[in-house]
Design a protein around this ligand. Structure first.
Ligand code: F2R
Ligand code: MG
Ligand code: MG
Length: 328
């Protein structure tokens, strides 16, 4: 924490805000890439095979590869920038243009995007994926750009998060979890990394913001346990770690609150929970990066991110553009 203070104390609030925007977007990328090789592993399997994951692992696709989480976050940012705000038809078009099957998309998202490609309206496809719509975490995972662009405007943040989710995830729980993830990023952007995070106020704000009892209950559980020494096993049994949004969003918020002063510790912990590790890593990285800023993301991780596709410099640039259009 001392280092953060020493580095940030000389920065203007405006420049610090830019660092936070970049931190949230690249934080998503880093958490996604670090967690990707063990997505679907149990907590025990990760511990047995790797101990803790503190380095980018080699995969068939190389080290530091991003997945659907980052690819869809990129599409979300591109559309917000080009349209100077939310436009559902345009955002769906960006998702389709960016789509690469080999980035590992979820079944519901694949189906919604293929319906849209075949001519379905952007706001109708999500309802046709599964009865009642999907409550997977495929919309929450791409929320960093919405959290940062609307960080001062709670009402529009919720509206835009719901609409952006609807493209693929129409279920009330999917939309609520996406809005809560975006709101957690917004609250982290508002926080001052030069002093200790006010954890109670942070979680209370999220509890008040949540609209569904499933998410409210899990956030309330976080409040009860966050200042106690609770085992990973217990955390997973209380919050869950699967790719349903009402498990993985709370697991990510908890991981951030467990280590608010360290991007590395928060993301390493998030991945150690097992389950949907790339996505819990990505969402934890989005919140932690929004609080601490880009300078607190370990350089060794940033240096190992893949350099093909729409990679690190491109994501950095999108975050800067969001900062510019927000006119801060
Ligand atoms: N798809 C993956 N990973 C597996 C393949 C990776 C492999 N390494 C590869 O490279 O190919 N990861 C990505 O998918 C998750 C996001 O999923 P999304 O987009 O939300 O999918 P879906 O199908 O909508 O929901 C996920 C699961 O949630 C449950 N569920 C959702 N709605 C439900 C409902 N109404 N009723 C019952 N269950 C519901 C289902 O179990 C869905 O399968 C991320 O992890 C991303 O990284
Ligand atoms: Mg993924
Ligand atoms: Mg995942």
């Amino acid at each position: 924490m001392k280092n953060v203070y020493m580095r940030n104390v000389f920065k203007s609030a405006r420049l610090l805000l830019k660092d936070k925007f970049i931190g949230s977007m690249l934080g998503t990328f880093v958490g996604d890439a670090l967690g990707m090789p063990v997505e679907g592993y149990s907590m025990e399997a990760i511990k047995d095979q790797f101990g803790e994951i503190r380095e980018m692992l080699e995969t068939r696709a190389g080290k530091g590869t991003y997945t659907d989480d980052t690819e869809m976050m990129i599409g979300t940012a591109e559309s917000l920038i080009e349209c100077r705000g939310f436009n559902g038809e345009h955002m769906a078009k960006c998702f389709l243009e960016n789509y690469h099957e080999n980035r590992g998309y979820g079944g519901g998202t694949k189906k919604a995007l293929s319906l849209i490609r075949d001519g379905e309206l952007w706001h109708k496809a999500g309802e046709k994926v599964v009865s009642g719509g999907s409550y997977g975490n495929g919309s929450a995972m791409r929320m960093a750009p919405i959290g940062i662009l609307y960080f001062k405007d709670e009402e529009n943040l919720r509206k835009v998060a719901h609409q952006a989710s609807l493209i693929t995830h129409a279920h009330t729980l999917g939309k609520d979890a996406a809005a809560i993830q975006a709101f957690a990023v917004a609250k982290a952007i508002q926080g001052n990394p030069n002093s200790a995070l006010k954890k109670e106020a942070f979680i209370d704000a999220l509890i008040n913001f949540a609209e569904t009892s499933e998410l409210k209950t899990r956030l309330e559980s976080i409040k009860l346990i966050m200042n106690h020494n609770v085992s990973r096993e217990k955390i997973v049994s209380i919050l869950g770690h699967s790719s349903v949004s009402f498990e993985s969003v709370p697991a990510s918020i908890y991981s951030f609150l467990k280590y608010p002063d360290s991007f590395e510790e928060a993301v390493v912990y998030a991945i150690s929970l097992g389950g949907d590790t790339d996505t819990i890593g990505a969402m934890t990285g989005a919140i932690s990066g929004a609080f601490l800023g880009i300078e607190e993301i370990p350089e060794r991780w940033l240096n190992q991110l893949e350099n093909t596709g729409k990679a690190k410099a491109y994501v950095n640039n999108l975050a800067e553009k969001l900062w510019e259009i927000g006119n801060y």
